[in-house]
Structures are given as structure tokens and as C-alpha cells.
Design a protein around this ligand. Structure first.
Ligand code: 9D3
Length: 225
């Protein structure tokens, strides 16, 4: 899979994508993450990428020209057109279902903004989908793009080690995970539940299911409906 990111701050992406599962997936060539800096495409001599909003108001708006030129350059680097996603606070809320959808694509193009937002003609002219990662305000779309990349990449076949399986994840069966314990049996007077030490796999399975249900009821009742 190829993931393109168009951003004003490509350096921000270096370290979060160089650890753990995403690093391994890149090393195994399951994913090719290509960063493009929108500022490199600014045609004016000041490398200006934002301007004041028509009609007045606070903040600056991302200009059309650098984004369109950057996108056109990136598009032609691969025969797959790819899904074009504009990261905006008002977009479709990202969730595990969208992560699965995107993990099935050959190519995804993410466009991160900064400042107040994009010139509306960027959305219209590129036919982009708008995606948000949740109802809180970030200072830009870069962290949102990284969240989305992380969620996609770990779903790619071969990205997880043998000890893990994406099928076991919370949300995949609609419930939160059961509580986990490891050694020692007693830590500061807190004991591991007897059933986990019993060796009775049927009872352990039953306990975990019931715990998962209980946890979901108290912490995320919305997941049960
Ligand atoms: C006062 C209007 N603000 C909208 C809530 C302006 C504004 C704030 C922050 C416009 C852009 C941003 C930067 N945020 C993103 O680019 C962004 C984002 C987010 O803030 N929250 C959740 N998902 C995303 S995806 C991109």
C-alpha cells in the first residue's frame, strides 16, 4: 500500500512513524509512506502558502495553488488514483470501520492543513473526502494524519507479530477488552483473580467474556446498542 501525506510540516512525521508496528511494516515493505511538503510547490517567490480570508475574519486560509500543484505531482507518481482525504475538524469521524476501509485500498492520499482551514475550492476541485479524528481542537491536521496512518498500517496483513492479531482487538467484537494480568501473583496486596491461575480454560473464557461485558456496560454503554 502507498500512503501519501501532503503537509506543511513533513518533519513532524519522522519519529512517530519510525517505531514499533509502523516501523516494522515499512521495513517489510507492506507500506510506502511518502511525505510531500506543500510549501515546495508555492509558485510565488515568498513561498507563501496561506492568505487572508475573503470577507474578513480571523486567521489565515490555505491557498489553492500550492495544494493543487503538490497533489497533481503526487498523483502522477502512481497508477492508482487513491482516495483523497482532507483532514478537517468538521469531517466524517474516523473510526475502526473507516480504518478497515482504508486498509483495503491500494493507495490513500492524506492532506493536512494548518491555519483556519483550506480554501473551499481545494475540497471541491480535488473531490476529497473530509475526515476528522474526533471532537476536540488540534492545531493542525498532522497529528490526525499520523493517527490515521497508525490505525491503517497495523491492519495490513503481516504488520502485527505472530503474538498479536488484529481480530482480537477491542472494537472488533464490539466489546472492550477483558482485564489482563501478568506475574507476580500478588503485587502490593492486589491478587490475580483465582480463575486465571486455575488452568480451567472454559472457566477463564467465561470470566473474560463476562468481564468484557461488565467493563463495556460501565465505561462505554454506547458500544452495546
Ligand atoms: C473556530 C473554528 N475552528 C474549527 C473548530 C478552526 C480550526 C481549528 C483547528 C480549524 C482548523 C484547526 C486544525 N485542526 C485540524 O486541522 C484537524 C482536526 C482537529 O482539530 N480535530 C480533530 N480532527 C482533525 S483533522 C484536522
Amino acid at each position: 500500500m502507498r500512503i501519501d501525506v501532503l503537509t506543511l510540516f513533513s518533519d513532524m512525521f519522522a519519529s512517530p512513524l519510525d517505531y514499533s508496528i509502523v516501523k516494522r511494516a515499512k521495513d517489510r515493505q507492506l507500506v510506502n509512506i511518502v511525505l510531500s511538503n506543500i510549501r515546495d510547490y508555492a509558485s510565488n517567490s515568498y513561498k507563501k502558502v496561506d492568505d487572508k480570508p475573503y470577507g474578513g475574519g480571523p486567521g489565515m486560509v490555505m491557498m489553492c495553488q500550492p495544494v493543487f500543484d503538490c497533489l497533481e505531482n503526487v498523483k502522477k507518481q502512481d497508477e492508482n488514483p487513491g482516495r483523497i482525504i482532507l483532514l478537517t475538524p468538521g469531517g466524517r469521524k474516523f473510526d475502526q470501520n473507516l480504518a478497515k476501509e482504508l486498509a483495503n485500498e491500494k493507495r490513500v492520499i492524506l492532506i493536512s492543513g494548518h491555519y483556519e482551514g483550506f480554501d473551499e475550492r481545494i475540497r471541491i476541485g480535488t473531490n476529497a473526502e473530509e475526515v476528522s479524528i474526533g471532537d476536540y481542537v488540534l492545531s493542525g491536521g498532522e497529528l490526525a494524519a499520523m493517527v490515521i496512518i497508525d490505525a491503517i498500517v497495523r491492519l495490513l496483513p503481516g504488520a502485527l507479530g505472530d503474538e498479536y492479531s488484529a481480530a482480537n482487538d477491542s472494537f472488533s467484537d464490539g466489546l472492550l477488552e477483558y482485564p489482563h494480568y501478568t506475574r507476580p501473583e500478588v503485587f502490593r496486596d492486589m491478587k490475580v483473580p483465582d480463575v486465571l491461575l486455575s488452568g480451567n480454560h472454559k472457566e477463564i473464557e467465561k470470566w473474560r467474556k463476562q468481564q468484557a461485558l461488565e467493563k463495556t456496560k460501565t465505561q462505554r454503554p454506547d458500544l452495546l446498542s
